[in-house]
Every structure is written in structure tokens, then in C-alpha cells.
Ligand binder design. Structure first.
Ligand code: C2E
Ligand code: MG
Ligand code: MG
Length: 714
């Protein structure tokens, strides 16, 4: 042995080396870098059951069991990096014999730098003696591998050296890592591929680094992918006998689960929104967005349930003459007006006060603990009077408002509303465009009104309808040329003015009978006066309800004939509103009457919503300028172009003009100077019964004289 030891190794020949290798008890294989077997010894032939010819030139993976085939490729890299040692520590792996049987072997490798290039020598020692326990281990391994492959999670195992120790199929397909890339075992390339998929690659790396500096830590987080997917990432250390040998990463694609959760969340939110909308609609007036009746009632009930020391006020309001806006300008304009009114109402109250639309043009405001309900009511009336432009038409809306309040006494909501309603009715009766606070005696008035309907019926049948006549004078002729017949109801000795009973009569239809009675009275009572001069006439008011009757014209003409009156001495006064309905029947009735010589006058001219320009389309012969215009004349020195335009316009259309409500000489003179054809008013005479006709004529003559005197003096 001493000889052998002292002998120079270089003394062996190449054949000696071959013999030595051939005699090695362990199998020896040399692999080229591409994995091809380039050299084997006899022990290798024996161990694997292949001949040398069969082994050399073959890929080494063919003689390795599944699960171990990538190992050597990786070793090339690892050993290449670790230039110093260049060999691996022994490890265990399974080989496959030619007959397909597998065996367990202990393997050691070393890099060889040969003239033909970098190779790796691999020595394999079969471990038959540990066959028994190995079977159990293999079974466990195969169970583990089957489990890993069947799980839905992608699993990656990385050694403490940072090398990928294993992945399952799911990992590869979840991450979409190309097989060629994995086969290179170039971990850096794999990592950079992975990072390219992520929304936050830096966050990913930070987490990895953090965990490597805390090898025992476990972590659970979420990865967001650029393509919209989301993975849950779970990581825990891989230990062998309490020693951390690597880290297991498992990934679960939670994109579908999150999408489903998202969808469910969205559906819930949609549902909640729809429910809120439905709820809002159930309590909202769709046109104006204000509260509706239901919500108002709820709020009122709640306010009344609350602290008795807190005041509750209800302001019920109704637009004046809203029907005219709708009829003349159309429903679209009507809607716009209601919307604007709603906006103004809101701006008059505090945000917490309730403003509701009860329907049509009826609104209601609920104030709780308001220090100044009367001021609010006043503000509302004033705010509505500010003109508004709708469809290039200027409108000046107005409203009648009833205010009812409850303080310390207990009142039901319905009672409070009724009181506000009664007050509103009173505001309308008092001339509209105002607010009135509820007073208990208004209730009495209400009772009287309901009682009026029945009373009026008896009045018509029982001859309680009388007529008073008011003279109309011609400044040009200096005499009375017409009497206007004005209905009066004598009830229990008291004279009730037409403003109080005509609306009731119109509603009940009694107006037709009343109208005919007024006509009959007029024809008979004025007969002598009319007969004395064919140019004299009587003017009788007619309401729209009468004109809608199919035989209206006939019955008027028949009555005139039966009274021996000349239709040419009859003037029928109608208001603009009778023309609002596009009812051809009304026009037909008026045409029939005009054909028979009856003249038609447009009463209260200027108060409606239609323009002066509309006048030329109406079947009328005369206009009566409303007294609200006449009352603008105070001293007689003012400039009022509106009166001038009205008269000129009417004259240019061939219509005659009467000015109503002349109370002063100044007004009479002013209108005479504007070439107004006739004048009517208290200046000349109040309306008088038949017995007062003479007196009316005398008073009128006096007033005419006085007027002339002023004119002469002027
Ligand atoms: P109207 O046709 O415009 O009648 C003029 C009204 O003004 C009358 O009121 C008259 O008394 C009043 N008046 C006359 N001169 C003056 C004045 O100088 N100053 C003031 N402040 N007022 C004056 P009245 O009699 O109360 O009639 C009111 C309205 O009732 C009438 O307005 C008319 O529209 C209606 N009416 C009267 N009689 C009848 C009728 O037989 N049938 C119909 N359908 N309506 C009638
Ligand atoms: Mg009249
Ligand atoms: Mg009038």
C-alpha cells in the first residue's frame, strides 16, 4: 500500500483510468450540459440494466423517476454558481431500470471542465438495504404528490437558497408560466415573468423579502393582476424536523368569487336604491318634487302628536284663475307655472318646513314652531306676485291663502285643514290675491254658503230674483244710452250681491233660469224707456254655463219676441273665459244671436290672460274696460298708455268701448279725452231697481252736466 501511496498519479495510463472507472462499485455517469449521457461505467450498465451503447447519447431524464427529472439541470446551475466546491452534497433520488422497475439511490455530483465542454459526473449508489421503509415513504410521497396535483390551489415550494424546489400543475396554469420557461430552471426569469403580470410588483417583492427575513412567519394577502384577476396568497415555512428548509406558497384564484360577491353587492345596492326611489315616489308629487298629500298628512299628524307648547300652522293656498292659464296657454305652460310656484313656495320657508302639492293648483305649507306664520303667509303672497315668463308670455300669478294655527288646544289634523280651507275660501271671496287667518265666524259664513244652494233654488222658483239697472252714458251724446241689468237676490228682506250667489248658481246650473229671469225683468221693466228710442239698449250679463246650452240663442230670441223687445236693443255681456274652451258651440250660439241683431260685449276687458291681439278673433261688438284700469286714473294728469292702446286697438277693430267703474269726474274726463264711447259708474248712478230708474237718469244728467262744466272750464 505504501508503494501505491507514494506513486505519482500521473503514472497511470488512459487504459488504467478506464479500468479504474470500470471497476468502481458505484455507477458512474457523465452528463453533458444539455442532459445527454456521454459516459457510463459497467456498474451503471448493471444498475440501470442498459448496455453502454443504449445509455450513451441518451437523455439522462429517461433513467430517472417522475419527480426527479429536472434535478440535474438545476444542479448544473447551482454548482456552476458555487465555483469553489463544484460538487453537491449527496442526495437521494429514484432511478428507473430498463425493465421499468424503480430503485432508490444515493447520488453525488461534481462539475467537470473537459475539453468537450462543461460536464457533470454523477455517481449513483443503489440503496437496496433500505427498501422496506422506503416503500412507505414512496407511498406517502405519491399520496402527497397526488394531493398536490388535485388541489385547486397553485403551489410553489422555494428552498432556503431561493431556488424553486417544486410546483404543481395548477400553479403553472394559474400563472400561465410557459413550460419552456420553467424547464430552463432560470428562477430569475420566472420571477420577472411573474412580476410582469401583477399590478403591484414591488409590493409582491417586498412581501417575499419580508418573509425571507422572518423565516417562521406565515402570511395571507391578496395579489391583483393587471388582467383584472385576483389571487389570494398564503405562505408558510416548510420545515423538516423543526428546521426551516424552504417556504411553501399557495395561490388561489378568487376572481370568480369576488366577482360574484361584487355582483351580489351591486344587486343589493340597486335594490336598496330602487326601494328608496319607490319610497320617495310614494311620498312625492311627480311634477313639482314637493311632498304629496300622503306625506303632508303624516307630517301634520306627527307635528300634532308632538309637544303641545310648539305651535303648528297650516297655510292652504290655491292659485287664482289658474284654469285660465291652462286653457289659454296650454297644459305645458300650466305645468311650468306650478313648478315655478313650488320653487317660490320653498324659498319662502325654512328647509325643515313641509311644502306639499295637494293636487291641481292647490298647495299647502306646514310650519312647526314658526315664530311668525303671518309673515310667512304675507311673504308667500308677495313672492307669487313677482311676474314670471312662460313661453314668452309674462304672467303675474296670484293666490288666495288661508292660515290656521294650533297652539295649546288639541285639534285634529283634518280640523286644522278645514279651518285653513275656510280661511282660504274667505280670502278668495274677499277679492283673491291675499291671505286670511281663520276666524271662528268664518265657519258661520261657510254654513251660510252651503245653505245658499238650497236657498237659491227657492229664490228662483219663488220670485226672489230682482234686477237693478245701472245707466251707461255717452259723453258724445251727453245722455244715458244704455242700462246694464245686474241681478239681485232679495233674501229675507236683505239684498245679496251677485258676486255671492252667481258662482253657486253657476255650479248648480240654476244660472240658466236666473239669466232668463233677468232678461224677462229687463225687457219688461225697461220696455217704455227702450221703446222711446231705438238707439237705446239694455246690457245683460251671461255666464259661460248658459252659452253651453244647446238652445240658448233660441230661448233668448224667443223671450225677446214674447216680450215684444227688439233684439237690436239687447247687448249680451260675456267674459273672456267663455272663449277659452275651444267649443265651437259657444261661437255658434253667439253667431246666431248676432245674426238676429243682438250685440256681444266683452266684459271686464283686460283682466284675463289673453293678449289684446286676440281681440280680433272674437265674435264681439264691444268691450268694457275693467274698472281696475279706470281706477289707475287718480288726478287725471297721469300718462296711462295702456288705456290709450286698449281704446285704439278696439276702435281699429270696429268695436265700441265702455269704461266701467267711473267714480270721479277726473276719470270721466280722462276717458272721454281718450275717445271712449261710453262710461258707467257710481259717478253717474249706482244700480237702481225699476222704481229708481227716474232717479238714476236724473243723477246721470247732473253728473254729465258737471263733467261738461269741467271740460268747458278746462
Ligand atoms: P259686471 O258685469 O262687471 O258689473 C259691474 C259691477 O260693478 C256691478 O257689480 C256694479 O254694481 C259694479 N259697479 C258699477 N259701477 C261701479 C263703480 O263706479 N265702482 C265700483 N266699485 N263698482 C261699480 P255687481 O252688481 O255686484 O255685479 C257684479 C258682477 O256680477 C257683475 O260684474 C257681473 O259679472 C255679475 N252679474 C251681475 N248680474 C249678473 C247676471 O244677471 N248674470 C250673470 N251671469 N252675472 C251677473
Ligand atoms: Mg257686466
Ligand atoms: Mg265688468
Amino acid at each position: 500500500m505504501a508503494v501505491h501511496e507514494s506513486q505519482e498519479p500521473g503514472a497511470f495510463s488512459g487504459t488504467d483510468y478506464q479500468a479504474i472507472i470500470g471497476s468502481l462499485p458505484d455507477a458512474l455517469l457523465v452528463l453533458a450540459q444539455n442532459g445527454t449521457i456521454v459516459l457510463v461505467n459497467a456498474a451503471a450498465e448493471h444498475l440501470f440494466g442498459y448496455s453502454r451503447q443504449e445509455l450513451v447519447g441518451r437523455d439522462h431524464r429517461g433513467i430517472l423517476a417522475e419527480g426527479y427529472r429536472q434535478g440535474f439541470q438545476r444542479l448544473f446551475k447551482v454548482l456552476g454558481r458555487d465555483q469553489e466546491s463544484g460538487h453537491s452534497s449527496p442526495f437521494e433520488a429514484y432511478g428507473v431500470r430498463k425493465d421499468g422497475t424503480e430503485f432508490r439511490g444515493e447520488i453525488a455530483c461534481a462539475l467537470l471542465d473537459t475539453a468537450a465542454g462543461l460536464c457533470m459526473s454523477v455517481s449513483v449508489r443503489a440503496m437496496h438495504h433500505r427498501q422496506e421503509p422506503d416503500d412507505g415513504l414512496r407511498e406517502a410521497m405519491s399520496l402527497l404528490s397526488a394531493t398536490l396535483e388535485s388541489t385547486a390551489d397553485g403551489i410553489l415550494v422555494v428552498g432556503t437558497d431561493g431556488q424553486i424546489a417544486g410546483v404543481n400543475e395548477q400553479f403553472v396554469s394559474m400563472w400561465g408560466i410557459p413550460r419552456e420557461l420553467l424547464a430552463t430552471h432560470d428562477d430569475e426569469a420566472v420571477i420577472s415573468y411573474v412580476l410582469g403580470l401583477l399590478e403591484d410588483p414591488q409590493g409582491f417583492l417586498d412581501k417575499v423579502h419580508e418573509l425571507y427575513s422572518h423565516p417562521l412567519a406565515e402570511s395571507n394577502d391578496v395579489l391583483k393582476f393587471i388582467d383584472g384577476r385576483t389571487f389570494e396568497r398564503y405562505s408558510r415555512p416548510q420545515k423538516v424536523a423543526d428546521k426551516v428548509v424552504g417556504r411553501v406558497w399557495s395561490f388561489r384564484d378568487v376572481t370568480p368569487r369576488l366577482a360574484a360577491q361584487d355582483q351580489a353587492k351591486r344587486a343589493m345596492a340597486d335594490l336598496a336604491e330602487q326601494a328608496a326611489q319607490l319610497k320617495a315616489l310614494a311620498f312625492q308629487d311627480p311634477l313639482t318634487g314637493l311632498a304629496n298629500r300622503k306625506l303632508f298628512n303624516d307630517q301634520l299628524a306627527e307635528a300634532l302628536r308632538g309637544d303641545r307648547a310648539i305651535s303648528v300652522d297650516v297655510l292652504l293656498l290655491d292659485l287664482d284663475d289658474f284654469k285660465e292659464v291652462n286653457d289659454i296657454l296650454g297644459h305645458h305652460a300650466g305645468d311650468e307655472m306650478l313648478t315655478e310656484v313650488a320653487r317660490r313656495l320653498r324659498s319662502c320657508v325654512r328647509p325643515d318646513d313641509t311644502v306639499a302639492r295637494l293636487g291641481g293648483d292647490e298647495f299647502v305649507v306646514l310650519l312647526t314652531a314658526s315664530p311668525e306664520p303671518d309673515a310667512v303667509a304675507e311673504r308667500i303672497v308677495a313672492s307669487l306676485n313677482v311676474p314670471m315668463w312662460i313661453d314668452r308670455t309674462m304672467l303675474r300669478p296670484s293666490l288666495s291663502l288661508g292660515l290656521a294655527s294650533v297652539g295649546s288646544d288639541t285639534v285634529a289634523g283634518s280640523e286644522l285643514l278645514r279651518q285653513a280651507d275656510v280661511a282660504m275660501y274667505a280670502a278668495k271671496a274677499a277679492g283673491k290675491n291675499r291671505y286670511m287667518r281663520f276666524e271662528p265666524d268664518m265657519m258661520t259664513a261657510l254654513v251660510q254658503r252651503t245653505d245658499m244652494d238650497a236657498g237659491l233654488r227657492t229664490a228662483v222658483d219663488g220670485g226672489q230674483i230682482f234686477v237693478h239697472y245701472q245707466p251707461v252714458i255717452s259723453p258724445r251724446h251727453g245722455e244715458v244710452v244704455q242700462f246694464e241689468a245686474l241681478a239681485r237676490w232679495k233674501r229675507d228682506g236683505e239684498l245679496i250681491p251677485p258676486g255671492q250667489f252667481i258662482p253657486t248658481a253657476e255650479r248648480s246650473g240654476l244660472i240658466s233660469a236666473i239669466g232668463l229671469q233677468v232678461l224677462r225683468h229687463s225687457f219688461t221693466e225697461l220696455q217704455p224707456w227702450l221703446a222711446a228710442d231705438a238707439t237705446r239698449s239694455v246690457a245683460v250679463n251671461v255666464s259661460g254655463v248658459q252659452l253651453k246650452e244647446c238652445k240658448f240663442a233660441d230661448s233668448v230670441l224667443q223671450l225677446a219676441a214674447s216680450c215684444g223687445a227688439d233684439p237690436r236693443q239687447l247687448v249680451l255681456e260675456v267674459t273672456e273665459s267663455v272663449f277659452f274652451d275651444p267649443d265651437a258651440h259657444v261661437i255658434l250660439q253667439l253667431d246666431l244671436l248676432r245674426d238676429a241683431g243682438v250685440r256681444v260685449a266683452l266684459d271686464d276687458f283686460g283682466t284675463g290672460y289673453s293678449s289684446l291681439g286676440r281681440l280680433q278673433d272674437l265674435p264681439v261688438d264691444a268691450v268694457k274696460i275693467d274698472r281696475s284700469f279706470v281706477s289707475m286714473v287718480r288726478t287725471g294728469a297721469e300718462k296711462l298708455p295702456i288705456l290709450n292702446s286698449m281704446i285704439n286697438m278696439a276702435h281699429s277693430l270696429g268695436l265700441t268701448v265702455t269704461a266701467e267703474g267711473i267714480e270721479t269726474t277726473a276719470q270721466a274726463t280722462y276717458l272721454t279725452n281718450l275717445d271712449c264711447d261710453s262710461l258707467q259708474g257710481y259717478l253717474f248712478s249706482h244700480p237702481e231697481p225699476e222704481s229708481g230708474l227716474e232717479l238714476a237718469l236724473l243723477r246721470s244728467a247732473d253728473a254729465i252736466d258737471e263733467m261738461r262744466g269741467v271740460r268747458l272750464e278746462g
